[in-house]
Design a protein around this ligand. Sequence first.
Ligand code: TMP
Length: 213
Amino acid sequence: MARGKLVVFEGLDRAGKTTQCMRLVETFKRRAEPVRLIRFPDRSTATGKAIDAYLKGESEQEDHVIHLLFSINRWEKVASIEADIQAGITVIIDRYYYSGCVYSAAKDNPTLDLSWARHPEVGLPRPDICIFLDISAEDAARRGSFGEEKYETRKMQERVRQLFGVLQSSPEGEDFVKIDAGASLESVEERILEVIAAIDAHVDIEDLPLRRV
Ligand code: TMP
């Protein structure tokens, strides 16, 4: 049986990831292609609840501790992600370890840079593609309900965008496809479908084992 694909969406807060992930899931369903959507952080688990409280400003966490909680939150899902992919289900993930690395490193804590942040993520299933919805921090701030959670400040988002740029110019960057998220919802969706069709056309996913970070 052909394995499913692992497709990740990344970008700043308010880039439109969640909307586009949901639309992509609907497209898969219309085509009767098996699909599962996961969103990180998954706020329903014990670690997810601690993360949720932190993001809402209801609790404090040391920078390394919250970083590791986000990582645990991903590791909790690894077995089920791998099982689904092996069963032919495409797994779409709304934020993954790339967010994990850049948001933590954006705090400019001297002992928590991108390289430190990446360590606990090593061994996670590596995406077949990471679709980066690119928006400026300025445009993100203009979108609805920006500013409700911990990292939704202009300064933090600018640093996050800069660090996503650093990741994209590292070897990790080969997984990224950048799409202008400032365009209309429909044209962003069209571009996403083209990108997914291109991996179908160029890579025999079923012949490639799932890689690891
Ligand atoms: P969300 O708005 O997509 O639910 O993400 C919540 C916030 O958590 C967002 O500002 C990005 C941040 N984040 C991290 O700091 N580390 C992570 O590993 C993930 C997945 C998200």
